[in-house]
Design a protein around this ligand. Structure first.
Ligand code: MF3
Ligand code: CO
Ligand code: CO
Length: 252
């Protein structure tokens, strides 16, 4: 028997409200970045204030003892970067990831921002990762499987000379931050995995690297970084699988 409980319209409405808050916070954080001046910690403080002002509740803070509201993952940090005193420098690739609860239901969403100007290859990495999310979402429809999403993401980025980071995955979301099913970005075949059904809510999140796909845990025990220290990018949306396709819930 499947362990995946489909979401009711009542629940989806709450996830949608959480998603609107999260999208607004990410936009505000993006606009707040002034290269060589802003620290990751300042973005976290801004995110916390805005989430609470809009009636949401931070979903990451306290999750497995994570101390932040936002994950700020810079350059070689793929995901789960701690928002500390690190200054965001001109040309950095900065992933901003946030989860928000609204009346008991949560969303999860991330963008990658380039601070100021950067080189051609870094711009391409970010563009391919954002586009990989769009391609993944296009494959989230009834009759397809989680493997179809995974395979679409992996084959798309490989065309650009990039790869998904090893072992990292998207996931179901809604009642909890991480639910079944897993949606690996890596190593799946089309038609494999879990069959998608209307009412499933999924966090699809390509985490894409410029160099080797091998990862390791940073000394702070939180950030997942590339072993070769080359940059990574990350985009994420929470989507609802509908009769005809997928609807993005983490938009304004
Ligand atoms: N948002 C991450 C994800 O996309 C999970 C963050 S967990 C935290 O799945 F503990 F780091 F906040
Ligand atoms: Co996330
Ligand atoms: Co996620």
């Amino acid at each position: 028997m499947s362990q995946i409980r489909l979401k009711t319209p009542f629940e989806v409405e709450r996830i949608r409200k959480a998603g609107r808050i999260a999208a607004r916070v990410l936009r505000a954080c993006k606009e707040a970045i002034e290269p060589n001046r802003t620290t990751a910690g300042e973005l976290n403080a801004l995110a916390e204030r805005l989430v609470l002002e809009m009636g949401g509740f931070p979903a990451f803070k306290g999750y497995r003892l994570y101390p932040g509201v936002l994950c700020v993952s810079i350059n070689e940090q793929i995901v789960h970067g701690l928002p500390d005193g690190r200054v965001i420098r001109e040309g950095d690739i900065v992933s901003l990831d946030i989860g928000v609860f609204y009346e008991g239901f949560c969303c999860d969403t991330a963008i990658t921002v380039i601070a100021g100007h950067t080189d051609y290859q870094r711009k391409r990495l970010v563009r391919y990762t954002e586009e990989a999310l769009r391609v993944g979402i296009e494959h989230a429809r009834p009759g397809n499987t989680t493997g179809d999403i995974s395979y679409a993401i992996e084959s798309y980025v490989k065309q650009g000379g990039f790869q998904p980071a090893q072992g990292l995955a998207g996931h179901g979301v809604g009642r909890f931050l991480h639910e079944m099913p897993d949606i690996p970005n890596w190593g799946m075949q089309p038609g494999k995995g879990v069959k998608l059904q209307p009412g499933m809510v999924l966090a699809i999140e390509p985490m894409i690297v410029m160099g080797s796909p091998e990862v390791e845990i940073a000394d702070d025990h939180w950030a997942i970084i590339t072993r070769d220290r080359k940059p990574a990018a990350h985009f994420e949306h929470t989507v609802l699988v509908t009769e005809n396709g997928a609807e993005i819930l983490t938009i304004e």
